[in-house]
Design a protein around this ligand. Sequence first.
Ligand code: NAP
Length: 282
Amino acid sequence: MTAIGIVGLGLIGGSLGLDFRALGHRVLGVSRKQETCDRALARGVVDAASLSLSLMQEADIVFLCTPLSVMEATLIELRPHLTPDAIVTDVGSVKGWVMEAIAPYWANFIGGHPMAGTAESGIEAAQKDLFVGCTYVLTPSPSAPEASIQRLIKLIQPLQAEVLQCLPEEHDRAVAWISHLPVMVSASLITACLSEPNAAVLKLAETLASSGFRDTSRVGGGNPELGVMMATYNKLALVQALYAYRHQLNQVIADIEQDHWATLQDTLTQTQTARSRFQRLS
Ligand code: NAP
């Protein structure tokens, strides 16, 4: 049994708590609001909950599950409460910034990102088995001992997640392509539709929208704070991906304007095949 600390009892922190408790670990939770702590206890997410980070003095491994914007301040405040050999990890969706700005505060820090989620947030959104079948990325600090990395991997694997280690910059470029770029593209699609000048046509489009629009607009219609967070903390990789996307869009426009149907056919044939390379879609 490991004493696991979770700071930030929302969708990800709460879901980790439910699973770790089910696996027999002792889970200690800290959150910002008392009502969240009360709900976490009532829902069986944690064994003990507090507003005070002093609860983390018992923890062997602490998961930082707050929004990225408060993670640095949280670790600074948490540090005096930790035992010297405690492992600290996070679940933030961006890893370059975390490893640069936060990891230096704790030598035994291992960056993490479970590639799982839902459109909901907060303690009520926490659910069991959220991580089953997902990839759980780890980006260890160079200063983190191998024994700590192995210990964290052994803790995560029973969540039935596939653990993968990579460099923070590689993680951020990869998630820019498959997560952050799609949000901006999907949001731009919705905005572009809204620019239809004829009110009757726009109304008709709203009425006719069906499964295709539902699929392509889904991530653009999500939580605005998450979209801004991606852009803020993964700015470089996201802008590069957006430039590449704009270049590709210009190519498609040119093919259509110039009746280059064979070229368009080739492009769409390639994308039809290539889509299955993005593993979890196949
Ligand atoms: P969330 O549901 O909003 O949960 C975050 C929780 O953190 C909130 O419920 C809030 O609890 C708590 N919190 C906020 N400020 C705090 C503070 N100063 N001290 C302690 N607790 C604080 O968000 P989430 O989706 O779980 O995201 C959390 C982290 O997971 C983020 O860093 C995000 O990048 C990462 N992530 C998200 C997803 C996703 O799909 N959503 C996927 C993978 C990773 P109170 O109710 O007490 O205010």
